[in-house]
Design a protein around this ligand. Structure first.
Ligand code: 13P
Length: 260
C-alpha cells in the first residue's frame, strides 16, 4: 500500500447542493470552522461551478480547504456551448476536479470521454479525482475486468510524469446514496490492491507508490476508521456526509489520528 506519503485526502462532493449561494457560503464557513485545527489531511470540497468564484476568497482566507469542481470539458476553449474548460476552472480557484463520476457516466459519459477529461484537467494544472466503480458484483468476479478496463481506458495516454498527480476514487455504484450500504473495508482492500497492481504494471511500481487510492460510497464518521485500518484507504470521496460539517470534520479527524 501507499506508505511513502502518509497524508490522507478527504474530498467532499456536494453534488447539486445547496440550492443558493447564501447557503453554500454558510455551509463552507461552517466546514472551515470545524476543520480549522486539522493540520495533516488534504481537505478538498468539490462545489457546483457557480459557487467556486465566491468561495475562492473564503477558502484563501481560511487556508485549510482546497476547492474543486465536479466535472470539466475536454477541450481547452472554443465553440462548445454550455461547457467549462480546465483553464476556466483553474482561473476561478479550483485546484481539483472530479472526473468520471458514476452519476455523469449514467448520463452517457464513456471511458473515452473520461480519458479526455483526465488529460484536459492535467493540461490545466488541476488534479483529477478519477472515479471508477462497478454497478454490481458477480460471483465470477467479472467486475474486476470491468474496473481494469475503466482504469486502463481512462488513463490511456497519461504520461508517467503526471500519473502520480491523479487521485483514483474507487466508488462502487451500489454503495452510493441514500439507502445504499458502503463496501466493507475488505472489499475495498481487495480493490485497492487490484487497482494498484494494474497501475504498477502500466506505470512501474515506484511511481505507483505515490498514487492515492481513496474510497467513496456511503462514507460516514462511523465507517472511516475501518477503511483506513483494514482497507488501507488513502482517503475518502464523501457525498452526503460532506454537507454536514460535524460529520465531515469527524471523518477528517479520524484521518488525522491515523497519520501519526
Ligand atoms: P454518498 O457518500 O452520499 O453515498 O455519495 C458518494 C458519492 O457519490 C461521492 O462522490
Amino acid at each position: 500500500m501507499s506508505k511513502k506519503i502518509a497524508k490522507k485526502i478527504v474530498v467532499g462532493n456536494w453534488k447539486m447542493n445547496p440550492l443558493s449561494l447564501k447557503e453554500a457560503e454558510k455551509l463552507f464557513i461552517n466546514i472551515a470552522k470545524s476543520v480549522s485545527n486539522f493540520k495533516k489531511t488534504g481537505i478538498i470540497v468539490c462545489l457546483p461551478f457557480l459557487y467556486l468564484e465566491k468561495l475562492k476568497s473564503t477558502s484563501q482566507r481560511t487556508k485549510k480547504i482546497s476547492l474543486g469542481a465536479q466535472d470539466v470539458f475536454w477541450e481547452d476553449a472554443g465553440a462548445y456551448t454550455g461547457e467549462i474548460s480546465g483553464d476556466m476552472l483553474y482561473d476561478i480557484g479550483a485546484k481539483y476536479v472530479i472526473v468520471g463520476h458514476s452519476e455523469r457516466r449514467e448520463m452517457g459519459e464513456s471511458n473515452n470521454d473520461v480519458n479526455k477529461k483526465v488529460k484536459a484537467a492535467i493540461r490545466a494544472g488541476l488534479v483529477p479525482v478519477l472515479c471508477v466503480g462497478e454497478s454490481m458484483r458477480d460471483k465470477n468476479h467479472e467486475y474486476l475486468n470491468f474496473i481494469k478496463t475503466q482504469v486502463i481506458e481512462c488513463l490511456n495516454g497519461v504520461s508517467k510524469n503526471f500519473i502520480s498527480k491523479v487521485i483514483i476514487a474507487y466508488e462502487p455504484i451500489w454503495a452510493i446514496g441514500k439507502g445504499a450500504y458502503p463496501a466493507t473495508p475488505e472489499e475495498f482492500r481487495e480493490m485497492n490492491i487490484f487497482i494498484r497492481k494494474i497501475l504498477s504494471d502500466k506505470f512501474g511500481v515506484k511511481i505507483v507508490e505515490d498514487i492515492k487510492i481513496i474510497y467513496g460510497g456511503s462514507v460516514d464518521e462511523k465507517n472511516t476508521e475501518g477503511f483506513i485500518k483494514a482497507g488501507y484507504a488513502d482517503g475518502f470521496l464523501v457525498g452526503r456526509a460532506s454537507l454536514n460539517p460535524k460529520k465531515f470534520s469527524e471523518i477528517i479527524k479520524i484521518c488525522e489520528a491515523s497519520d501519526k
